[in-house]
Design a protein around this ligand. Structure first.
Ligand code: NDP
Length: 249
């Protein structure tokens, strides 16, 4: 049975791909709650302008444990016993770092903290709410999923350019680690009926992707969300582009 989510979370949703995902998800009238996160809710002007009672804009700084804990409590209050059907881990940064960069622990740590460590911790802390959804007989067998927004840059198999002009060695490493987390989590959570996959959105016109990127936010996110609804257990642990084509790890 493909994914048919009722309660959805999108992190890093105040701009870029996260904001686009929220817009696309709200088009699905079967979704009951879209929980969109922003570091500073007051600054999330576009999110706050959306007139839809199903949208909940919550504060979340993924690198802060207290912020995660407060967020999880608020999510629990919104979704109740229905739990969380879909967690989209989208928040991320890209710091410039290549093999010739002077060794810099702070930059590497920041890159890993946001893109990898925080994603793992947030997901783990949401497991009880994901299990609530996955234990709901009304929506079994596929009722809870974690989608991690990775990047084609995270593919070790496809890496032919090294850090490249983007100086993205550290970024690549964090996304490869996310891919490994997703695969491991997917296997570990199979018995709990929680699916986990990685998506690469393509090169997208955002603050991170820049104006010359190939895809608009609307193109990338509409195609990704279409793919989300096609997910089934055959995809568990996999790494996919926005059209659900597999990407080699
Ligand atoms: P943007 O830079 O436009 O947006 C990033 C989002 O992440 C913002 O909402 C930002 O919040 C949030 N964020 C950053 N740090 C934190 C933090 N510590 N806590 C909470 N939220 C945080 O990037 P994109 O929309 O382009 O990227 C979204 C995802 O897609 C990322 O994971 C990225 O790696 C991935 N991706 C992007 C590609 C592209 O071409 N754009 C290509 C491949 C993957 P704030 O506004 O407060 O800074």
């Amino acid at each position: 049975m493909p994914l048919n989510p009722q309660n959805v979370i999108v992190t890093g949703a105040n701009r870029g791909i996260g904001f686009g995902l929220v817009q696309q998800l709200l088009k699905n009238k079967e979704i009951e709650n879209v929980i969109a996160t922003a570091r500073d809710v007051d600054q999330a002007v576009e999110l706050n302008a959306i007139q839809d009672a199903r949208l909940h804009v919550l504060s979340l700084v993924v690198t802060c444990d207290d912020s995660i804990d407060n967020f999880v409590v608020k999510v629990g209050e919104i979704v109740g016993d229905s739990g969380v059907n879909l967690l989209v881990n989208n928040a991320g940064i890209a710091v410039k770092y290549d093999s010739r960069t002077q060794p810099n622990r702070a930059l590497l740590t920041e890159q890993f903290d946001v893109n990898t460590i925080s994603l793992v911790l947030l997901t783990q802390k949401l497991v009880p709410l994901l299990i609530k959804a996955s234990s709901n007989p009304e929506t079994l067998p596929l009722s809870a999923a974690v989608i991690n927004i990775s990047s084609g840059q995270g593919s070790i198999a496809n890496n032919t350019t090294g850090s490249g002009s983007l100086q993205n060695m550290a970024y690549r490493m964090t996304k490869s680690a996310v891919n490994q987390f997703t695969k491991t989590f997917a296997i570990d959570m199979r018995d709990e009926h929680i699916l986990a996959v990685n998506f690469a959105p393509g090169w997208v016109q955002t603050e991170m992707g820049g104006a010359k990127a190939t895809f608009t936010v609307e193109e990338s996110t509409s195609r990704m969300v279409e793919s989300f609804y096609k997910l089934d257990w055959s995809h568990n642990g996999g790494f996919f582009d926005k059209d659900l084509e597999p990407i080699p790890f």
